[in-house]
Design a protein around this ligand. Structure first.
Ligand code: PHE
Length: 476
């Protein structure tokens, strides 16, 4: 079947729309706050450049050459054992798992748009009380907004790549960037900006430990939408002549830029009004509304545009979380788009209800397993395990299973020989060890104090051999 193709700009906006999401504006600031700022940001940045950018090119390439849904693309590109390698395509299922809590959070955001219009809480204590009460007691409100989020997501995906996904991103992404930039310039005019800057960019290594490292790596995957076939599926609809390296660079750059800008802006607001940065997932729902209230009348407008931007960011990512499995249903079972969307969507809708019930006082105990409840498990299991695992398998597939000549041919117009050599090195020797180290740490089989040195060694070895190779290529 012929797939409708994105335009070049349409693809960049859609891929950036996927990448820039709640991960950038909701999650990045609060994990940065929890892990103490600068050191965490630095590790995240190093991961984005060394691992994220490398895997982004690989993932885009698989979709671009495969031209099918993820399962079909892996099947097509695997030189041997096609039946086994195609199973990799089921990493798209991770998207449905992420959506279970993602949709609930988008629901909270919808609710906060309404709260802003009616009454902002006047103190952190009051804000905390109202957020906690929403999460733990107000099942009806959450259910209502989760349903609304589900309907909006489904309504866009049903329209397909061109008139649903591309069109939405054409409208929402420029608006989102405008709002965030506008708020950032306002933040720059406040005194606390330098404090926010120091918090984010001056590393405090005493706060660095293996847990922070794993979180930083997992977050890099989450925020770049890597390791679950979102980018791959979008790339199946890329226009024919496209430079994959440049396109990846733009998407990674936009995502990272927006995360840093959003982080600086939020911390400036928080510091300016004396709120604490380490508030966990409630950061933008607890500290921020109270800060907006303190600002007076401008605060209400800021709060409104902020939550609208957050909703935009969430929705453009949510559609990319659903699309891989929808495309799978269409390609594999010849489902109509509507049927496939409703079928796949109903999974995250139903499990999403369980995830939101897991936060409630009434049902929480039934939905708590070990140290976390279902909501937190979904977040932890997808971001810290499944996405890095997907990235690991994908880099092994492109780096070791596909013949080098085929990979080089696919990227012929996208990069020079020298860059290719370096990228291929990273893909083969840097990404797998680094991700395996992350997995080992999660399994807890190596004492955690060895994890960071192991990680640094992996980077150093690749840099050393990469530079050697570079010198060799240069002579040719
Ligand atoms: N990148 C999105 C965010 O930052 C989340 C996402 C993860 C989207 C994986 C698609 C795939 O919020």
């Amino acid at each position: 079947m012929k797939i409708a193709r994105f335009t070049r700009l349409g693809f960049i906006l859609a891929a950036a729309g996927s990448a820039v999401g709640l991960g950038n504006i909701w999650k990045f600031p609060y994990v940065t706050g929890e892990y103490g700022g600068g050191a965490f940001v630095l590790v995240y940045l190093i991961t984005v450049i060394g691992i994220g950018f490398t895997v982004m090119i690989a993932e885009m390439m698989i979709g671009y050459v495969g031209r099918l849904d993820a399962v079909g693309s892996f099947e097509k590109l695997a030189p041997v054992h096609k039946n086994r390698w195609k199973l990799l395509g089921f990493m798209g299922f991770t998207g449905l798992m992420i959506l279970t809590f993602y949709s609930v959070v988008i629901g909270w955001i919808f609710h906060y748009i309404v709260v802003t219009l009616t009454s902002l809480p006047s103190s952190v204590a009051e804000a905390e009380e109202s957020f906690v009460s929403l999460m733990t007691r107000d099942i009806g409100t959450q259910l209502f907004y989760h349903t609304l989020a589900f309907l909006v997501i489904v309504a866009i995906v049903v329209r397909g790549v061109k008139s649903g996904i591309e069109k939405m991103n054409y409208i929402l992404m420029p608006l989102l960037m405008l709002i965030i930039l506008g708020m950032f310039f306002y933040a720059m005019s406040l005194d606390a900006f330098t404090q926010a800057w120091d918090f984010m960019f001056v590393p405090d290594w005493s706060k660095m430990n293996s847990e922070a490292l794993v979180t930083a790596v997992g977050h890099a995957f989450f925020t770049l939408s890597l390791g679950m076939a979102s980018i791959l599926t979008y790339s199946a609809s890329l226009p024919k002549e496209i430079n994959l390296k440049r396109t990846s660079l733009i998407v990674v750059g936009l995502d990272t830029g927006i995360a840093l800008i959003a982080g600086l802006m939020l911390f400036t607001f928080l510091f300016q009004y004396g709120a604490a940065p380490a508030k966990g997932p409630g950061l933008v729902f607890i500290s921020l509304p109270a800060v907006f209230y303190e600002m007076g009348s401008i605060g209400i407008s800021l709060a409104l545009v902020f939550f609208i931007a957050l909703a935009f960011a969430g929705l453009t990512s949510a559609v990319s979380l659903l699309e891989p499995m929808v495309q799978y249903g269409i390609d594999r079972y010849t489902f109509s788009r509507t049927k496939s969307t409703l079928l796949m969507g109903s999974f995250f809708y139903v499990v999403g209800i369980l995830a939101l019930l897991a936060n409630s006082t009434e049902y929480g105990s039934y939905l708590t397993f070990g140290s976390k409840n279902l909501f937190d498990w979904m977040d932890f299991f997808t971001a810290s395990i499944l996405l890095p695992l997907g990235g690991l398998l994908m880099s092994i597939f492109v780096g070791y299973i596909m013949p080098r000549s085929q990979v080089r041919a696919a990227l012929k117009n996208s990069m020079s020989d020298v860059f290719f050599t370096f990228w291929y090195m990273c893909l083969r020797y840097l990404v797998p060890p680094a991700l395996i180290i992350v997995m080992i740490n999660l399994l807890g089989i190596v004492p955690s104090e060895y994890i960071i040195p192991m990680f640094v060694i992996a980077y150093a070895v690749t840099a050393f051999f990469g530079y050697g190779n570079y010198l060799k290529e240069k002579k040719i």
